[in-house]
Write a protein that binds this ligand. Structure first.
Ligand code: FAD
Length: 464
């Protein structure tokens, strides 16, 4: 549909604006997490004007929420190359490349100093609520690619951009507790924790002496269960949909991934000893607040019900991307994962662990909407195979393309050891309180994560 066929004076003015082109406008990066800030570093290096919009009041606001978790990939894989160059030119000395940082250290020792270099090009408290193209809804085609992007913030302010790099992550949109992918009845009103509360640190009071239900069969569930098992007075119930926990236990000593086997063995020992009560075939259907706790009711596909009454619920059911801010853009999403279709087969968790995902860049991240790229953990949709290192290569490639350097954009490479970036020996050596990371699968999920206590202030105070 062309604008000229039904143009009013106002729309003609708009059209002239659009025709002025988006060329002089900045690239807007949504999210100042590790990947959004890496995108900013590449844009800065290439002399491209940019603006980073971060919803939180501090950089990496999602990482702050899991700041007590020690990651399993050592520093050398967690620092983007362009970011390193900019920081070193500013006199920064990188942390020990072989150490595993906590989320809090990732911010204080790397992301916060990096964001500081960009000054007011990183805007905090700037939540993006919608993106479109100026004067164009999703249907209108003619001249679309020349129209600037329109970005609406929660405050109502509107900005324009020549391209958008959406690195807004998935951490704030966890999967629901309800077994069929829909919220359980009463879930929205219930007080449900999502994966990785700081059970042995800041959140201890909420779990000590309480009965907690942990729902989910992944490693974030295992992490929380093992931490709860260290609280002497905690009562623990673990609910999974399947008929047995063998997938979570792994193969014990025979497991191809020894660390996963060891973790599974510990979890199984707690279940066998009765320390953790396992409910199998549990399809969460309803959550009711009662006078003596929260009743969680399962209804399986045959209609059979079972229930448990607890004080706390931890839903460790993974994450999903929220594409709603881009609903006026033309996206080509894989129907299963919610990544781009081209990326889906490369990251499919049925085929890949994060160590085996091949390098990919602008070609795999391109949507029908020219100039819009979802990157970072959001680009993976529901696939739990994401690594910061792959995200850094994504943004290197996308920014090269935005700068017109297609040769560099298409020369995608990943410098990871074949076994992935996890270092189970290191993790075990640093272990104080063992758990596994969440949101990741395969070799990385297989690695025990030592958890340390980091106060909220440690994460908060460091951000620019
Ligand atoms: C517990 C845990 C441990 C992990 N350990 C590792 C590890 O060891 N190694 C590894 O490589 N990977 C690890 N990951 C996976 C992944 O690398 C991290 O999740 C990483 O933080 C992803 O970076 P990101 O920049 O894509 O997204 P995020 O870090 O989630 O950042 C997204 C940012 O966007 C902001 N935002 C969200 N919505 C909006 C909006 N509408 N407007 C503006 N801003 C917005 C958020 O506030 C946030 O700051 C781990 C993940 C978790 C959860």
């Amino acid at each position: 549909m062309s604008a000229s066929c039904c143009g009013t004076t106002a729309s003609l003015e708009l059209e002239q604006n659009v025709n002025a082109g988006a060329g002089g406008l900045p690239v807007v990066v949504i999210g100042a997490g590790p990947v959004g800030l890496a995108a900013a570093a590449h844009l800065a290096e290439r002399g491209q004007d940019f603006l980073v919009l971060e919803a939180g009041e501090q950089v990496a606001a999602s990482v702050v929420r899991w700041g007590h978790v020690r990651v399993f990939s050592p520093w050398k894989y967690n620092i983007d190359a362009a970011a390193r160059r900019l920081l070193e030119a500013d006199g920064w000395t990188g942390p020990d490349p072989g150490r595993l940082p906590t989320g809090g250290e990732l911010i204080s020792d790397y992301l916060a100093p990096l964001a500081k270099l960009f000054g007011d090009k990183v805007r905090l408290g700037a939540r993006v609520t919608a993106i479109s193209r100026l004067g164009y809804d999703r249907v209108r085609t003619n001249g679309r690619e020349d129209a600037p992007f329109l970005i609406r913030l929660e405050s109502g302010e509107e900005l324009r951009a020549r391209a958008i790099i959406d690195a807004s992550g998935t951490y704030t949109t966890p999967n629901v507790l309800g077994a069929s992918g829909l919220p359980a009845h009463g879930e929205e009103a219930a007080d449900v924790d999502h994966a990785l509360p700081d059970v042995l640190g800041a959140d201890r009071d909420r779990f000590e002496g309480k009965h907690t239900l942990v729902a989910g069969a992944g490693h974030s569930a295992a992490t929380t269960l093992l931490a709860l098992a260290e609280l002497p007075d905690a009562t623990i119930t673990w609910a999974i949909r399947s008929g047995g926990a063998s997938r979570t236990y792994g193969g014990g000593e025979a497991d191809a991934l020894p660390a996963r086997g060891a973790l599974g063995t510990r979890l199984r020992a707690h279940v066998d000893a009765g320390r953790i009560r396992l409910l199998t075939g549990f399809f969460t259907h309803r959550v009711n607040a009662t006078g003596h706790g929260v009743e969680v009711v399962s209804r399986d596909p045959s209609g059979r019900e079972q229930s448990v009454t607890v004080d706390q619920i931890v839903s460790a059911t993974g994450y999903r991307p929220d594409h709603s801010i881009a609903s006026e853009l033309r996206l080509d999403l894989d129907p299963i994962l919610g990544s781009t279709r081209a990326l889906a087969p490369l990251i499919d968790p049925n085929q890949h662990s994060c160590g085996t995902v091949p390098a990919h860049g602008v070609d795999e991240l391109t949507h029908p909407e020219p100039g819009y790229y979802a990157v970072g953990v959001k680009s993976y949709g529901r696939a739990p195979t994401f690594l910061m290192a792959t995200g850094y290569e994504q943004v290197r490639s996308v920014v090269a393309a935005l700068a017109g350097d297609w040769q560099d954009a298409r020369d995608v490479q990943l410098d990871l050891p074949e076994t992935g970036v996890c270092s189970s020996n290191l993790a075990q050596a640093q272990e104080q309180r063992v758990g596994l990371t969440t949101g990741l699968s395969g070799g990385l999920l297989a690695t025990p994560l030592p958890l340390v206590t980091v106060s909220a202030a440690d994460g908060a105070g460091c951000c620019g």
